[in-house]
Design a binder for this molecule. Structure first.
Ligand SMILES: Cc1cc2nc3c(=O)[nH]c(=O)nc-3n(C[C@H](O)[C@H](O)[C@H](O)COP(=O)(O)OP(=O)(O)OC[C@H]3O[C@@H](n4cnc5c(N)ncnc54)[C@H](O)[C@@H]3O)c2cc1C
Length: 434
């Protein structure tokens, strides 16, 4: 296939050699490839994951390229191909007054198989990961045999965060719910209020997202609840300018670190969009799908929600004492427990602490950024933090064996793929350390 991408989404890292990068147009072609080729296989989705564990130079990169992505859809379920994007799925449902029973992430260009692969999530203590809305998964195993696993299946929790290591996912069926309108109440408050009342905000609102501007210790909060349950939005509500000075200072710091005065570049726009904020209404996609993708090192650490305050206190100390500075607010997104065995949020409400370090035009990052991310990981890991598998992390910091189903995942992986045909060489030492 011509124009088959062989880099990550923003073309800053090569994932596969051009002659080791292939497309398969459906189940038959994919099964034939798995049977006839003896290389290691790295399925690729939209390539939004941090590149560490999705490179394929040691084997063959495989892109599923289905002709039709939505295979069946009714009021209760939707069946799509593994390479259907989340955006295509959500847009199809919204056109029919339906949705997935979960909040969308900030971008929806990811494929369904890829999003499940690393534990993609949004926010809401009443929900887990996107994978928790999945009802069944069809996949080709390491021998090229087509199999289906249903939610009741013993190993389903392994597939709900599979790391591309269990086979090639061809089809996914997900639960569907009626779409509805929400109100997003937005305000800015202090870091002290955050540390004391984060749980309260989450108890009273379905979906809470906060941006903690740690330099100024100010927090911008969105509390989002169904329109028919919360206080109605005031149509005459004015815009709020209280965050503007913090945004101005953040943009200045970011400009210095990115060595660019241009406020129209994507990293600057991610901050600039908060000027003069106002409450909004809409469905969850309209409210939350607002990411402005820009080349970045992104990192997210999931900490048990009941350790939020202690973790936030330690994080503040680390940031204050570090020789380095963040140039983007810390993004806080709590979720409820998930059934995905490898997720930080497995079986426990979790607060995801998100960090973004934008790359300069030449791909470099501000001095000390990676060191700072290391200090942060050490601090959050001390509170039982575990990383998001699709983002940057250094495994040295984490105790993966603290995951109750860690060893069970190894057993499933060994059973399905004893020769490691789908196992990334950098994941092998991690996963085999069971
Ligand atoms: C700008 C940006 C915004 C993001 N926003 C969020 C967010 O809001 N929330 C969040 O949780 N994460 C977010 N992420 C992370 C992103 O959701 C994950 O990295 C996700 O896994 C990417 O999906 P993808 O289709 O790009 O898959 P890829 O990155 O291509 O692959 C991810 C994994 O899935 C496997 N895989 C892909 N297709 C298949 C298949 N058909 N069969 C078997 N395995 C397969 C791959 O081998 C790999 O292990 C963001 C990342 C970026 C860069």
């Amino acid at each position: 296939m011509t124009n088959l991408p062989n880099t990550n989404w923003c073309a800053t890292t090569t994932l596969a050699n051009e002659d080791r990068n292939v497309a398969v147009r459906g189940v038959e072609e994919a099964a034939q490839l798995i049977r006839e080729c003896d290389s290691r296989l790295q399925p690729l989705g939209s390539r939004f994951s941090y590149p560490t564990y999705v490179t394929a130079q040691d084997g063959l990169a495989v892109h599923l390229r289905s002709e039709q992505h939505i295979l069946a859809s009714d009021c209760e379920t939707i069946t799509v191909t593994g390479d259907c994007t989340l955006g295509a799925l959500w847009d199809h449902l919204r056109d029919r007054g339906r949705t997935l029973p979960i909040c969308p992430p900030v971008i929806t260009e990811q494929t369904v198989a890829g999003a499940i692969g690393t534990g993609t999530h949004a926010q809401g203590t009443g929900e887990g990961l996107i994978a928790d809305t999945v009802l069944s998964i069809d996949y080709l195993d390491a021998t090229g045999q087509l199999r289906r696993i249903e939610r009741a299946g013993e190993a389903f929790g392994a597939f709900q965060l599979h790391l591309g290591s269990l086979g090639l996912i061809t089809e996914v069926t997900l639960a569907v719910a009626p779409n509805r309108d929400y109100v997003a109440h937005k305000y800015t408050t202090s870091g002290d209020d955050l540390r004391q009342n984060f749980r309260t905000w989450n108890d009273r609102s379905e979906h809470v997202k906060a941006w903690w501007f740690t330099e100024e210790d100010r927090v911008h909060v969105w509390e989002v609840s169904p329109a028919d349950s919360g206080a109605p939005i005031d149509p005459s509500a004015t815009t709020h300018a209280d965050l503007n000075p913090v945004l101005q200072a953040t943009q200045e710091r970011m400009g210095a670190e990115l060595r660019s005065d241009d406020r129209t570049i994507a990293p600057q726009r991610t901050v600039g969009r908060f000027y003069d904020y106002a409450d909004t209404t809409g469905d969850l996609v309209e409210i939350f799908r607002n990411g402005i993708p820009a080349p970045q090192i992104n990192m997210e650490v999931g900490v048990p929600l009941d350790r939020f305050r202690a973790a936030a206190d330690d994080l503040r100390r680390v940031l204050a004492n570090s020789a380095y500075r963040l140039h983007y607010p810390v993004i806080l997104r709590p979720t409820g427990p998930t059934n995905a065995w490898l997720a930080a949020a497995y079986d426990r409400p979790t607060c995801w602490f998100g960090f973004v370090v934008y790359q300069r035009e030449d791909g470099s990052v501000a001095d000390g950024s990676v060191e700072l991310l290391g200090e942060i990981q050490a601090a959050l890991a001390a509170h039982e933090g575990l990383p998001h598998w699709g983002k940057y992390f250094d495994p040295l910091h984490y105790d993966f064996r603290s995951l109750p189903r860690w060893a069970d995942f190894q057993a499933v992986r060994h059973r399905l793929d004893p020769l490691g045909r789908f196992l990334h060489p950098r994941l092998a030492p991690l996963l085999d350390a069971a």
